[in-house]
Design a protein around this ligand. Structure first.
Ligand code: HEM
Length: 136
């Protein structure tokens, strides 16, 4: 005797078009979120609370911090993780709320362009910061 199962009623996409992108992006939001707790709360604590907080931040303070590869890597990780985490989060918000295809398309183009500009600019500043720059 053979037992035949009905085909599933929900439409299936062809296998070739399936990708793990949304699953990887879901996982990335959780992992980057955990890293951001440490990076962002550490940053807030150091910049705003300990040792005089925000009042001691000036050019010399920034120059002193970025002389150390540790803080360069801290700030670089925070920049990339927050930008990609925030950008990917906004991608979800746009997908959820934009009603027209064209609105969704252009909002996402603006988002991706702003992400690339901020990532490149921020990375450039961290690595090319010159503590001996003259005022004139
Ligand atoms: C402090 C550490 C953070 C943790 C633990 C965290 C965690 C998360 C998680 C787990 C999600 C996914 C929620 C979901 O899929 O429903 C999420 C979404 C999001 N996160 Fe964060 N996040 C943090 C920091 C940030 C920062 C610094 C930004 C901005 C740069 C940001 C912007 C967003 C946005 C825009 C979304 C999408 C919201 C939505 O889907 O409604 N998050 N966050």
């Amino acid at each position: 005797m053979t037992v035949a199962l009905d085909k599933p009623r929900s439409p299936r996409r062809p296998a070739a078009r399936r990708s793990n992108f949304e699953m990887i992006s879901w996982l990335f939001m959780r992992i980057s979120g955990v890293a951001l707790v440490v990076l962002v709360l550490g940053h807030l604590f150091i910049m705003n609370i300990v040792d005089g907080g925000v009042h001691r931040i000036d050019f010399a303070f920034v120059a002193g911090r970025w002389a150390s590869p540790f803080w360069q890597i801290w700030d670089l990780s925070m920049l990339w993780l927050a930008e990609i985490h925030g950008g990917n989060g906004l991608r979800t918000v746009i997908n959820d709320y934009a009603r027209k295809d064209s609105t969704r398309f252009w909002l996402k183009i603006m988002l991706y362009v702003s992400m690339v500009v901020i990532l490149l600019l921020g990375t450039y500043v961290i690595f090319t910061f010159d503590p001996n720059i003259s005022a004139n």
